[in-house]
Design a protein around this ligand. Sequence first.
Ligand SMILES: Cc1cc2nc3c(=O)[nH]c(=O)nc-3n(C[C@H](O)[C@H](O)[C@H](O)COP(=O)(O)O)c2cc1C
Length: 216
Amino acid sequence: MADTTSGGTDVFEIMHTTRSMRRLRPDPVPDELIRKILQAGACAANGGNTQRWRFLVVKDPAIKKAVAAYYKRAFQEVVGPRYRSSPPPPGVSPERYQRQHSAVEYLTEHFHEAPVWIVACIEDAAPPTRWSGASVYPAVQNMLLAARALGLGSTLTTRHLLHEKEAEAALGLPPGVHSYAILPIGWPMGRFGPVGRGALADIVYQDRWGQPYPGL
Ligand SMILES: Cc1cc2nc3c(=O)[nH]c(=O)nc-3n(C[C@H](O)[C@H](O)[C@H](O)COP(=O)(O)O)c2cc1C
């Protein structure tokens, strides 16, 4: 398993340790680092290289608070009950899953305290489709990896979309612009650790669905 504590930039180490960091310090993050993260995002693949992505950097406490209220409401209405009744996912022990629950609750309460948010959007008159998502999530993943490489914590969040209209109004998005993720970014309180995932053998097939891929 990758070394989870060093500040190295080996891409495999970074990928193996880019887990959701939900406990963040409110201390400011230099714009130079945010710029690097945004630049990494804008390197990503996107359909036809049309680059319809737009990134809203939010630092204004009032805006974050207004959106965070919908994020919290969605937890109370949907996400909390779902978490409480679901088993641990593949590759995750019950204890680790419990820690995840606590971290999810923590972020729910402290979402607005992350010093910087990057809201990943697509500007397109047409209604959002699977293709629109496919043209922004590679950028989102690049930004998560870049943040990790810089020692900054983040989490891909989409829960505000359960109250999409209200949250996007609070973000001040103009017509034709939709949000796909909010990345709260800050210095992590804890350490980066390995991600918990199931075995490849359970999810990879060769030629025919269900037929094992012998290359593992
Ligand atoms: C589409 C998507 C939406 C997500 N939305 C949220 C969210 O709203 N809040 C949150 O705390 N985590 C969210 N996550 C993070 C996942 O819960 C997390 O990636 C998963 O539990 C694996 O944990 P890890 O990132 O620590 O390895 C989201 C992840 C994805 C890919």
